[in-house]
Design a protein around this ligand. Structure first.
Ligand SMILES: *[C@@H]1O[C@H](CO)[C@@H](O)[C@H](O)[C@H]1NC(C)=O
Ligand SMILES: *[C@@H]1O[C@H](CO)[C@@H](O)[C@H](O)[C@H]1NC(C)=O
Ligand SMILES: *[C@@H]1O[C@H](CO)[C@@H](O)[C@H](O)[C@H]1NC(C)=O
Ligand SMILES: *[C@@H]1O[C@H](CO)[C@@H](O)[C@H](O)[C@H]1NC(C)=O
Ligand SMILES: *[C@@H]1O[C@H](CO)[C@@H](O)[C@H](O)[C@H]1NC(C)=O
Ligand SMILES: *[C@@H]1O[C@H](CO)[C@@H](O)[C@H](O)[C@H]1NC(C)=O
Length: 179
């Protein structure tokens, strides 16, 4: 009986002390208006007290740890907005669970390109009367996004209350449209 008990203890303690650290699952980036929030879930069978480390790289740099996400406990979230600073390149992102000096295998997010994987917001408009016309000024939503918003073209449609299109124009962000 004693042997069985010892064996059981060994099995139980081994699952805790010498087993694998389960890798995180369900990595997702919720990205709206160039704010990128990475979330994930603990892998099945994860013990409590795991910490998570987020690393990233692009095609020209080596892996770097995200400063604010070296030991994430709760919530399982990492704000990548500031680190994915080049909006038009591909980034690779891995998350690893850490328990003491043991780590899980890394889990990765599919390659992420800020400009194509974010949900874009339209540029703020300023509409002013000018000389019996309407002048429409387009802006980028923030200074940080100016370069990328300048690269898009914009279709502007003007509709009446009844839903009829009364005018339309195509422009880039630097332009003031006169309708
Ligand atoms: C880290 O988090 C703090 C507080 O949330 C924030 O002020 C800071 O900008 C973040 N730094 C980076 C590099 O994301
Ligand atoms: C993420 O970081 C960005 C830029 O630092 C900040 O504007 C935003 O509020 C942060 N969001 C969260 C949920 O921390
Ligand atoms: C990991 O931590 C355990 C317990 O703290 C220690 O006995 C062991 O030597 C450490 N292993 C390494 C490779 O640092
Ligand atoms: C990142 O994750 C990928 C796929 O899971 C793996 O092949 C690669 O070795 C990982 N790199 C690092 C530095 O964790
Ligand atoms: C308004 O009309 C005047 C005279 O035709 C012209 O000089 C001026 O540039 C116009 N202003 C705008 C904003 O188009
Ligand atoms: C704006 O007008 C163009 C051309 O008439 C049309 O193809 C497009 O679907 C319209 N967009 C919206 C948002 O109404």
């Amino acid at each position: 009986m004693d042997h069985v008990y010892t064996l059981l203890m060994l099995i139980v303690s081994c699952s805790v002390f010498c087993g694998h650290v389960p890798a995180p699952i369900n990595l997702k980036i919720e990205s709206r208006h160039f704010i990128h929030l990475l979330t994930w879930q603990a892998g099945p069978g994860s013990p409590s007290g795991l910490q998570y480390r987020v690393i990233f790289r692009n095609y020209k740099n080596d892996w770097k740890t995200v400063d604010n996400c070296t030991a994430v406990r709760f919530p399982l979230l990492c704000n990548l907005t500031d680190v994915l600073s080049d909006l038009e390149i591909t980034y690779y992102i891995n998350v690893t669970a850490v328990s003491g000096n043991k780590t899980s295998t890394p889990s990765s997010h599919p390659p992420f390109i800020p400009v194509s994987d974010t949900e874009l917001e339209p540029p703020p408009l300023q509409v002013l009367p000018c000389n019996l016309s309407l002048c429409v000024h387009l802006h980028s939503p923030s200074e940080r996004l100016e370069t990328v918003y300048k690269k898009f073209t914009y279709q502007l449609n003007v509709t009446s209350n009844q839903g009829h299109t009364v005018g339309s124009a195509v422009s880039n962000i630097c332009m003031t449209l006169i309708i």
